[in-house]
Design a protein around this ligand. Structure first.
Ligand SMILES: C/C(=C\Cc1cc(O)c2ccccc2c1O)CCC[C@H](C)CCC[C@H](C)CCCC(C)C
Ligand SMILES: C[S@@+](CC[C@H](N)C(=O)[O-])C[C@H]1O[C@@H](n2cnc3c(N)ncnc32)[C@H](O)[C@@H]1O
Length: 236
C-alpha cells in the first residue's frame, strides 16, 4: 500500500488489531514499552491532570497516562479504528486498577478534527500516529488547539536513522524479521506499509520546523534507539 488514504489506513489498523500487541512486543523485543514510557515522562504530567492520547490504538500509552495522573485525573484516548478501541477497552478492565488509575474515555474520532474542546488538556501524547495521518500540519494544529497554555505534547514515532549502518540494519530487520513475522499472522501487506511510510515521514529537524510553524513556543526532537525512533516534545 504505497498510495494511502485515511480510509485505507483506518481499515489497515482495524485488520491488524487482533495481532497488533503481540507483534509489537516480540518484534521490538519489548522495547516499545520503554519508548512509550519515555514519551509519557516528557509530557510532565502530575496527579489530578487531564491527559489526551491521540491515535491511542490498543491503549498502551493511554493506560500509562492513567497511571501517571492517578484516580483524581482523567484520560481520553482517541482513535478512528473501532477494532483497536475494542482491544483497548478490554485491556483496561484487566490491566488497570480503577482505585489507583484515572478513568479513560475511549473515543472514536479523527486526529485531524479532534472531538474535544479547546484548551482542555494538561498534556497530550501521540505514539506511532503522526506517520500515519494524511495532514501533519493539521494534526499539529489540533494538538495545539486542545492543550492548555504552556502545556506539553510528546510525539513518539519510528524514523529512518541518519547513520547508514543503522539504516541498513533497520531495513534488513523490516524485510527479514518484521514482514515474515507478519506473514505468519496473515497481515503481510499491512506490515510492508511501514517502510514506505518511514521514507515519506519528515525528519526530526523538519518536525521541529513544522511544530514552530504551528505556533508551538518550543519544539525539540530527541532521537532514541540509535535514531530508529524519536520523540518530538512541544510546548504550547
Ligand atoms: C510499536 C512500534 C510500532 C507501531 C507500529 C506503527 C506503524 O506505523 C505500523 C504500521 C503498520 C503496521 C504496524 C505498525 C506498527 O506496529 C515499534 C516497534 C514495532 C516494529 C514492528 C519493530 C520495528 C523494529 C525497528 C526496525 C528497530 C529494531 C530494534 C529492535 C530492538 C531490534
Ligand atoms: C501504529 S498505531 C499506534 C497505536 C498506539 N498509539 C501505540 O503506540 O501502540 C497507529 C494508530 O493511529 C490510528 N490513526 C491513524 N490515523 C488516524 C487519524 N487520522 N485519526 C485517528 N486515528 C488515527 C490508527 O487507527 C492506529 O490505531
Amino acid at each position: 500500500m504505497s498510495q494511502t488514504s485515511a480510509e485505507s489506513v483506518q481499515a489497515l489498523f482495524d485488520r491488524i488489531a487482533p495481532v497488533y500487541d503481540e507483534l509489537n512486543q516480540t518484534l521490538s523485543l519489548g522495547q516499545h514499552k520503554i519508548w512509550k514510557q519515555m514519551a509519557v515522562k516528557w509530557v510532565g504530567l502530575k496527579p489530578g491532570d487531564q491527559a489526551l492520547d491521540i491515535c491511542c490504538g490498543s491503549g498502551d500509552v493511554a493506560m500509562l497516562l492513567a497511571q501517571k495522573v492517578g484516580a483524581q485525573g482523567r484520560v481520553c484516548g482517541v482513535d478512528f479504528a473501532a477494532q483497536q478501541l475494542e482491544v483497548a477497552a478490554a485491556r483496561q478492565v484487566y490491566e488497570l486498577n480503577p482505585e489507583t488509575t484515572a478513568p479513560i474515555d475511549w473515543m472514536q474520532g479523527d486526529a485531524l478534527a479532534l472531538p474535544v474542546s479547546d484548551n482542555q488538556f494538561d498534556g497530550v501524547t501521540m505514539s506511532y500516529g503522526l506517520r500515519n495521518v494524511m495532514d501533519i500540519p493539521q494534526a499539529l494544529q489540533e494538538i495545539r488547539r486542545v492543550l492548555k497554555p504552556e502545556a506539553k505534547a510528546a510525539i513518539l514515532d519510528m524514523h529512518r536513522p541518519k547513520n547508514p549502518w543503522v539504516r541498513g540494519f533497520q531495513q534488513w530487520y523490516l524485510d527479514n524479521v518484521v514482514v515474515p513475522a507478519a506473514k505468519r499472522k496473515g497481515v503481510t501487506s499491512e506490515y510492508e506499509y511501514i517502510a514506505p511510510s518511514l521514507d515519506r515521514f519528515p525528519t526530526g529537524e523538519a518536525q521541529e520546523r513544522l511544530a514552530l510553524a504551528a505556533e508551538f513556543s518550543t519544539a525539540v526532537h530527541y532521537p532514541i534507539a540509535e535514531g530508529t525512533m524519536g520523540v518530538l516534545v512541544m510546548t504550547k
